[in-house]
Write a protein that binds this ligand. Structure first.
Ligand SMILES: NC(=O)c1ccc[n+]([C@@H]2O[C@H](COP(=O)([O-])OP(=O)(O)OC[C@H]3O[C@@H](n4cnc5c(N)ncnc54)[C@H](OP(=O)(O)O)[C@@H]3O)[C@@H](O)[C@H]2O)c1
Length: 281
């Protein structure tokens, strides 16, 4: 019998690389889809998609930079149409919880006729260790707007485990999973926790969204990046339904999600927030 072949788009990214690792441990046949992969896949160059999809049965899609950006729906539509002609049977899509724009992309997949699972995630814990919130933590001053909202950050390892389950088992077909961590934290609470775990002084500075956007615009950021961050702060953090805590991780994995406290302890010990800091127990 032919072995199922998986394409993991964004397979070296925050969730994708964990999906790739887990599938390989399970002796599955996996192809990484990214610009730097052996068979390159580039969202900005559809000519690369055909080769990347050759022989693929199931795929995990992480879109770049975000399903909310203009053009995302058209790109997802074009990829899914091609995937159907290439014999792909199932798609697992990483989406954002409470993102209306992302839901338009989800609908493309749900109406495609392919088997699918939609994985809607809240903000990642790893935004503080592998993304745009790492630098301010390292510098010791975190200035952010929307600091009164509680965010139930979710661990990318938990997301990857749900994705792997969904890719491997047909009982997850047609499901939408909404993934959150077990408790919500405001930005000042996150900063306080990281300061405590690292033994460092880290200041939280409350600022308005307007001032935050002015700072972003004064920086040399990739095109569209500051628009995207403004959108995420004004539409996602402020969406009160995103303070909700779900039990979908436990439903799928039969175990509790990782807590932000455990994440903070582990990252503090890794030294990523300050190589020279003394770690508090
Ligand atoms: N961060 C959050 O809190 C959050 C929450 C909910 C949903 N999401 C969604 O998560 C998705 C991102 O997933 P992620 O965080 O796992 O990935 P990530 O770490 O942002 O992605 C990096 C991966 O994408 C590849 N990549 C970058 N640009 C590419 C392009 N133009 N074409 C093809 N591949 C490209 C990179 O490899 P190469 O450099 O080799 O191309 C790498 O494999 C986004 O759609 C975002 O909306 C994020």
């Amino acid at each position: 019998m032919k072995k199922t072949k998986f394409l993991i788009i964004g397979g070296t990214g925050k969730t994708g690389r964990k999906v790739v690792e887990s599938l390989r441990v399970l002796n599955q046949e996996v192809r990484v889809g990214s610009r730097g992969a052996e068979i390159p896949f580039d969202w900005d160059n559809p000519k690369t998609w055909d080769d990347a999809l050759n022989g693929i049965d199931k795929m995990y899609i992480t879109f770049q930079p975000d399903l909310a950006v203009p053009g995302a729906k058209d790109a997802i539509e074009a990829l899914v149409n091609l995937a159907k002609t290439k014999g792909v049977q199932k798609v697992v899509l990483l989406s954002g919880k409470g993102e209306q724009e992302a839901e338009r992309c989800e609908a493309v997949i749900m109406n495609s006729g392919l088997d699918y699972t939609i994985v809607r995630a809240n903000w990642f814990m790893q935004n503080f260790s592998e993304s745009f919130l790492l630098d301010p933590i390292v510098q010791g001053v975190v200035a952010l707007p929307m600091y009164q909202y509680k965010v139930p950050y979710v661990d990318t390892g938990d997301i990857a485990d749900v994705v792997v389950e969904s890719l491997l088992h047909e009982e997850h077909n047609g499901k939408i999973y909404q993934l959150t961590g077990p408790e919500g934290y405001t930005f000042p609470e996150v900063v306080e926790l990281i300061a405590e775990r690292t033994g460092r002084e880290i200041e939280f500075v409350p600022i308005s969204l307007e001032d935050y956007v002015k700072v972003l615009n004064s920086m040399d950021l990739p095109e569209g990046y500051s628009w995207l961050l403004e959108y995420l702060f004004s539409h996602i953090i402020t969406n009160l339904s995103n303070e909700e805590i779900t039990d979908d991780i436990e439903l799928v994995l039969k175990r509790k999600p990782r807590s932000f406290s455990d994440f903070a302890t582990e990252m503090a010990h890794s030294g990523i927030w300050n190589a020279t800091a003394t770690i508090s127990e």
